[in-house]
Design a binder for this molecule. Structure first.
Ligand SMILES: [Zn+2]
Length: 559
């Protein structure tokens, strides 16, 4: 049985825009977008929130360095982030920015509730502060006295601060986590948090009077709220008005975050909510980091940074999305490898999927005059188990397994056509039956592909003459399809050492990129390619014909 759900409110962490978006930002949005789209397809009333965390000392400093006011600085950055997310087809319903008035209003509301509960007091804060992390560390958290992230010397500080009685909520939160196995996903992160909660939990410093780019405390405006109460509140501030929206969507069904901020989301945030009297979110799902192909952090100093925009530009947005979702195990770190991306492009996208679409389209056009009637479901290729497997992996936040289940079905459909050999059949009704089944299988495939590759799903639908629907209307009865001439969705790529692209896959047609793409094309024409791998789609028995495979010595791909 595929579980249904009335509403689904999903959020990502809000990004800190002190510099431009990197691969990790793109990855997290694509993962969350997959789930938002999968739930929409299943019929849930879905609300998807992303946004920016715009306050704090690092932003204030970055603004001064670029000779702008903090507000001007974040306004510009917000455009950069939004452009990337538009390009990646992140289907968010709202984009919250913590410098917005609606956010400030809610933060003051929740702060006053927490204060009214008696959970705020003034004290003296002692810590070893790392400016880059924008947080203080306890002695035991430092590595050889240095910041565990940056390896720099922290600044010892002692300052007046307001505190939140976090320690008071240790027991109730520990109980909540134990009683709700789905609250923290994956289970490794859950165990980690339980172990930490079994030790002492200190109260939390929640204000600073050392900078002013933030939300001032109403009762002591020398202080601004420090990071967490401000930032975490976005998940409600974005749905707080109109109040119907809050009643409809809160509590959130899934907070998608990086594993490094899980303590804040599974302990501090619930403690704030308990104190203020809001229901707790249903789930916090932590994903891993995007590392380089050798498993190292991407960093400017290491010269191993790959920008999401350049990959989207070279390979197409959908190919990047597919690679993130298919190649990186949910919850674990992923090693980003362009060589692996190219492998998957050729074997899974061009060969398995692209070939299947072209074979079906070509057979309908060459043998049936471009028109085909079907019973409305894939008679010989029962998609029921695939749909069930797919959604059970969606429910357990294992998107890579959901896509694996989908790909098994893609391969099964190819194998079915190979076995039936409709291109050899003399009898037109037999051709129609087999190819109709292939087309219906592709209709299921397009729907399950949509959360991962929305532009590709639209292209398949357009070529084969159907429209994308919700799951309950997937099998709406007998149908006739007008099939257009198929263009390859995943054309052969011309590669060279520099990884220069061939034609674009769908989803890559962002105007902002056209000029650079045109420059790339001119360079390509000017220089003969070293290697050309072509996949021919002739509606035949699905054999790949490598027209010209000349791999230059030392060409980048392995194997
Ligand atoms: Zn640091």
């Amino acid at each position: 049985m595929i579980r249904t759900q009335d509403k689904f409110y999903i959020t990502t962490a809000i990004d800190y825009p002190n510099s431009d978006p990197h691969m990790g930002h793109a990855y997290e949005k694509v993962v969350a977008d997959f789930y938002a789209r999968a739930y929409r397809f299943r019929g849930a009333d879905t609300w998807f929130l992303i946004g920016l965390d715009e306050h704090g000392q690092k932003i204030q400093r970055a603004a001064i360095e670029s000779k702008r006011s903090p507000q001007e600085f974040v306004d510009e950055k917000a455009e950069v982030f939004r452009r990337l997310y538009d390009l990646l087809e992140i289907s968010c319903d709202d984009f919250i920015r913590t410098s917005q008035e609606r956010h400030r209003a809610f933060v003051l509301d929740i702060y006053s509730r927490i204060r009214a509960t008696g959970d705020v007091y003034k004290g003296l804060y002692r810590g070893d502060y790392c400016v880059a992390c924008e947080r203080a560390y306890t002695k035991s958290e430092l590595l050889d006295g240095k910041c565990p992230v940056h390896g720099t010397d922290p600044i010892a500080e002692e300052l007046e601060s307001y505190f939140f009685r976090l320690g008071k909520y240790r027991e109730p939160i520990l109980r909540h986590i134990r009683e709700n196995p789905e609250f923290i996903c994956p289970v490794e992160r859950r165990n980690e948090i339980i172990a930490r909660l079994e030790e002492e939990v200190l109260d939390l410093s929640i204000s600073r009077n050392t900078f002013d780019w933030g939300i001032p405390l109403p009762d002591d405006p020398q202080h601004v709220l420090y990071v967490w109460i401000d930032a975490l509140s976005n998940y409600i501030s974005a749905v707080w008005e109109p109040r119907d929206r809050y009643r409809r969507y809160w509590p959130a069904d899934c907070h998608v975050i990086g594993k490094d901020i899980i303590w804040f989301h599974t302990v501090i945030w619930p403690a704030m909510l308990l104190s203020a009297g809001h229901p707790l979110p249903k789930q916090v799902y932590a994903h891993g980091f995007v590392l380089d192909e050798k498993g190292r952090k991407m960093a400017k100093q290491l010269g191993n940074v790959i920008a999401p925009l350049s990959v989207a530009e070279d390979y197409g947005v959908d190919v990047l999305r597919f690679y993130f979702l298919r190649a990186f195990s949910s919850g674990a770190d992923g090693n980003f490898s362009l060589a692996e991306l190219e492998e998957r492009y050729e074997s899974e996208l061009a060969n398995d999927l692209g070939n299947l679409i072209l074979r079906v389209a070509k057979l309908v056009r060459s043998r049936l005059g471009g028109r085909i009637s079907t019973p409305g479901y894939p008679r010989d290729l029962d998609a029921g188990p695939t749909l069930e497997a797919y959604f059970s992996h969606v429910d357990t936040r294992e998107h890579h397994r959901a896509i694996e289940a989908l790909w098994s079905y893609v391969r099964r459909t190819n194998a079915y056509l190979n076995e039936k050999e409709p291109w050899k059949a003399k009898d037109e009704s037999l051709v129609s039956e087999v190819v109709g089944c292939g087309l219906e299988a592709l209709r299921v495939i397009a729907h399950l592909l949509e959360p991962a590759m929305p532009a590709t799903a639209r292209s398949i639908a357009e070529t084969l003459g159907f429209s994308l629907r919700k799951l309950p209307e997937l099998y709406a009865g007998p149908a006739t399809y007008e099939v257009a001439a198929g263009k390859p969705l995943f054309p052969a790529r011309e590669s060279s050492r520099g990884g220069r692209p061939g034609r674009k896959a769908p989803g890559s047609r962002a105007p902002v990129l056209q000029a650079r793409a045109a420059r790339g094309a001119r360079r390509r024409r000017a220089r003969p390619s070293r290697r050309r791998v072509a996949v021919r789609h002739d509606g035949g028995p699905g054999k790949r014909e490598a027209l010209d495979v000349r791999r230059a010595p030392g060409a980048r791909r392995g194997g």
